[in-house]
Design a protein around this ligand. Structure first.
Ligand SMILES: Cc1cc2nc3c(=O)[nH]c(=O)nc-3n(C[C@H](O)[C@H](O)[C@H](O)COP(=O)(O)OP(=O)(O)OC[C@H]3O[C@@H](n4cnc5c(N)ncnc54)[C@H](O)[C@@H]3O)c2cc1C
Length: 444
């Protein structure tokens, strides 16, 4: 038997892969199948963002006089509908997983001591284990963090009504996405970032994100000191540019990153943050024990977690496979997808061309959005070193281009490329432009 601990994206996909190959596979899930992605991450953010975009769009149309009223949000109903859809999706995932031949044990904690796996303290004999216990929100160690009115992504369903003033802790992608959502819902949002807001994101995309977050007060390089209040949170104490200050808040949403959830995994080598150390085959320090997904540390992304699960499963099945982290497409969901795939080699690329996301920008016409397209190309070879595509469908563009970048495609390969128009086709135009420029330059 093979034991998989955790039924999130990493564990579920690994278990399906193993069972489909004929292995007797048991998946142990202490909570709900689908993991964070379905229950407190991608899905809720996506659902809330759908409503936020609708509200923003409606506001644009109303302000232009095209429509005659502003919609308002019934947050309780939105939360209820979202929970029902999550249950439906969980039931589908459960069926799909069982149909593949996986046995699922719900409601029990699995754990490991070296090579020995346990299900709720019962030792189980198994030929291999995949630890896919995921991550949990990073909880800042500050006074007041346990006050009522302080939420984390998994506890957001407990927010019964929209706060008038919401403080968001965290200047990463998660913080930006929640800031967009709650600001669209009409809350006064202050986002508090310990360092630079979206510091690891391309500077042009970052500027666009700040523009799309118009109305959100973004406090950068601002250490958080404590949360204030008696039993209910009433403010956030910060160390701002002008010294210590309190930001009044009716609620606080902590979106300060994720940390690996590895306390049930004893005997395997771990890093400083508790992440399970793995090699590129997802093998841990204990023979026969593999780990996949967020429990192995960043990047905390569902497609990466799934892929790691597949790689772990394949290696157990005797198929030699390694992870390649060079080309990972990502996206920030605001008014549109601010998608990108950057490789860290852009610094050496002398050609970085930003432009609007679509010639003529025949999308989001009433709002007058132009989005952003940007390509970074290595000047000698023409290889694509990075792309940004912010606009409708940006995520699709980034996903496919990341794949082509991995395959070694160059800007020159796009000379014969035919895009669909109108669409957010700016990236392709820029690649063609880069190709022409490089040919001219290299001919000199
Ligand atoms: C707010 C938010 C937004 C996000 N948005 C995106 C996004 O837009 N795109 C994206 O790609 N990623 C996003 N993510 C990240 C994504 O959710 C994670 O990377 C992904 O869920 C990781 O999958 P996983 O299987 O490794 O872990 P998890 O999803 O954390 O699943 C682990 C599972 O293991 C179970 N478990 C834990 N311990 C045990 C145990 N001892 N025994 C049995 N079961 C156990 C848990 O109950 C859980 O179901 C977001 C995350 C958050 C919090």
């Amino acid at each position: 038997m093979i034991i998989v601990l955790g039924g999130g994206p990493a564990g579920r996909i690994a278990a399906i892969r193993l069972a489909s190959a004929g292995k007797d596979t048991t998946l142990v899930e202490s909570s709900g199948i689908g993991g964070q992605c379905l229950h407190s991450g991608c899905m809720p953010v996506c659902a809330l963002n759908d409503a936020a975009r609708f509200i923003r769009q409606a506001r644009v149309f109303r302000n232009l006089g095209i429509t005659t009223s502003y919609p308002s949000i019934d947050f309780g109903t939105l939360q209820k509908e979202m929970a029902e859809i999550q249950q439906k999706i969980a039931a589908i995932l459960d069926k799909e997983t069982r149909d593949a031949g996986v046995g699922i044990v719900y409601g029990k904690h699995g754990r490991l001591t070296g090579r020995q796996a346990y299900i709720a303290d019962e030792p189980v004999e198994c030929e291999a284990v995949i630890a896919a216990t995921g991550s949990r929100p990073n909880v800042p160690k500050i006074e007041g963090i346990g006050l009522h009115g302080v939420f984390f992504p998994p506890t957001l369903p407990a927010m019964r009504q929209l706060p008038q003033r919401l403080a968001i802790i965290g200047g990463g992608v998660m913080g930006a996405e929640f800031a967009y959502i709650f600001s669209a819902f009409g809350c006064d949002v202050t986002l508090i970032s310990r360092g630079t807001f979206l510091k690891s994101v391309d500077r042009h995309l970052r500027s666009l994100a700040i523009k799309e977050l118009e109305g959100v007060e973004i406090l950068e390089n601002t250490p958080l000191l404590s949360l204030e209040g008696c039993s209910q949170v009433s403010g956030v104490r910060i160390n701002g540019g002008g010294g210590e200050a309190t930001i009044p808040a009716d609620a606080v949403l902590v979106a300060a990153g994720l940390v690996p959830r590895s306390e049930a995994l004893e005997g395997v080598c771990k890093g400083q943050a508790g992440e399970v150390i793995v090699d590129d085959h997802m093998r841990t320090s204990v023979p026969g024990v593999y780990a996949a997904g967020d429990v192995t540390g960043p990047p905390y992304l569902t497609p990466v977690a799934r892929h790691q699960g597949t790689v772990a499963a394949d290696n157990i099945l005797g198929i030699d496979r390694a992870m390649d982290y060079r080309f990972i497409p990502q996206s920030i969901s605001l008014s549109h997808e601010l998608a990108f795939c950057t490789t860290g080699t852009e610094g050496t690329a002398s050609m970085a061309i930003p432009g609007p996301a679509g010639p003529g920008t025949f999308w989001d016409v009433p709002a007058g959005n132009t989005g952003l397209a940007k390509v970074m190309v290595e000047p000698e070879s023409g290889r694509i070193a990075g792309i940004c595509a912010a606009g409708p469908g940006g995520g699709l563009i980034a996903g496919y281009l990341a794949f082509l970048m991995k395959e070694g495609y160059t800007a020159h390969d796009f000379e014969e490329f035919l895009e669909v128009h109108p669409s957010t086709d700016g990236v392709y135009g820029l690649l063609k432009y880069a190709s022409a420029m490089l040919k001219k330059r290299n001919a000199r």
